[in-house]
Ligand binder design. Structure first.
Ligand code: DOR
Ligand code: ZN
Length: 369
């Protein structure tokens, strides 16, 4: 009999499921990818900033993937008010708010200036009081907009240092809102990992962290050489240096409750990845999300620690009430290899998955409840 590991209610705390035809294609891949709970990003066009839209979006996702528990978020921008956020929180329409610094990635033009969050402090206060999560895209933009004009940052910011340069803003937010739950999303640098250890240095055994970082599957594989010249591996934040990758793998394997899984699976049509100008950022991992992560844990002889990373720690941080899950099926990974297709074609949409053509060793199955 092949080896099997039960992973419980697996969760992916950073998912892009898009809209329209693309939504129909990629939402179907959440369950086969081994994910029971999916935390949905709001960077649609236009971004999600009101209750009706978030409720409607959730219903469309549930219609496509009825066994997934969808957790929803708003997009932090000027349109949000403390009253609206409070109402959405009390209704249970959202579990958090995503903050995109303006201009750093896909559909982030309506985002915020991380050099000064003070305009959003009334919203953060309401979030803290209503136990909502603040999800931070942790990169400082190299160009900022003032009075409609673009200004280059005086700090020489570029794709390699944008995350470390953002970290002081994270420390300030945590010190100004010590009870606000914050996620540093898709962290990519050893400086970010060190920051997480520092922010949690007083955490006692069994205590819940207030600040955690999510780590993607692809950043456990990639370094700068893998995306320079390969648009399939290009995403934001970009994968960094070998020492950064080692720090991320160390964090995922660390057994610390402040490192959780969030795939940042971000599909783009192959035609938008094959441009000679303006390649879209994003790596598509959803259909094999848990298998990609299992491969790395296996490679390091730590498959027994996978459940903590892909279910226990994230679910504890997000206070998941298991009685409210859409499905009680649990994810099981089975030692059975399979090949990742070169491309996925469905509904006239072609997408290249991460690691096209490669063989992965752990397949996903589900227990039925
Ligand atoms: O690579 C990325 N793609 N990073 C993000 O932050 C957004 C995402 C997208 O929506 O395509
Ligand atoms: Zn994302």
């Amino acid at each position: 009999m092949s080896e099997e590991i039960e992973l419980g209610y697996t969760a992916d705390y950073h998912v892009h499921l898009r809209q329209g035809k693309m939504m129909e294609v990629v939402t179907k891949s959440v369950t086969p990818g081994g994910v029971s709970i999916a935390y949905i990003m709001p960077n649609l066009s236009p971004p999600i900033t009101d209750i009706d839209r978030v409720v409607e979006y959730k219903a469309s996702l549930e219609a496509i993937s009825p066994k997934t528990t969808f957790l929803m978020s708003f997009y932090l921008c000027k349109e949000l008010t403390p009253e609206l956020v409070e109402k959405a929180a009390k209704m249970g329409a959202i579990q958090g708010i995503k903050c995109y610094p303006a201009g750093v990635t896909t559909n982030s033009t309506d985002g915020v200036d991380p050099n000064d969050f003070s305009a959003f402090y009334p919203i953060f206060k309401v979030m803290e009081d209503n136990d909502l999560v603040l999800n931070l895209h942790g990169e400082k933009p190299s160009v900022s907009k003032k009075h409609g004009e673009s200004h280059e940052s005086s700090e020489d910011i570029h794709v390699l240092n944008a995350e470390p340069k953002f970290l002081p803003a994270l420390f300030k937010l945590h010190s100004d809102f010590p009870n606000l739950r914050i996620v540093l999303e898709h962290c990519t640098t050893k400086e970010a990992i060190e920051a997480m250890h520092k922010l949690n240095s007083d955490l006692k055994a069994g205590e819940q962290p207030k600040v955690v970082a999510s780590i993607t599957a692809h950043h456990l594989y990639l370094t700068i050489d893998d995306w320079a010249g390969n648009p399939i591996n290009f995403c934001k934040p970009v994968a960094k240096l070998p020492e950064d990758k080692r720090a991320l793998i160390g964090a995922a394997l660390s057994g610390k409750p402040y490192f959780i899984f969030g795939s940042d699976s971000a599909p783009h049509e192959l035609s938008k990845k094959s441009l000679h100008i303006g390649v879209c950022a994003g790596v598509y991992t959803q259909p094999y999300a848990i298998s990609y992560v299992a491969e790395v844990f296996h490679q390091y002889g730590q498959i027994g620690k996978l459940k903590n990373f892909v279910s226990t720690f994230g679910n504890a941080f997000y206070s998941i009430d298991e009685s409210k899950l859409k499905s009680k099926d649990k994810c099981v990974i089975v030692k059975k290899e399979f090949k990742v297709p070169e491309v996925l074609i469905d509904n006239n949409i072609t997408i290249a998955p991460f690691l096209p053509g490669s063989t992965l060793q752990w397949s996903v199955e589900w227990t039925s409840s």
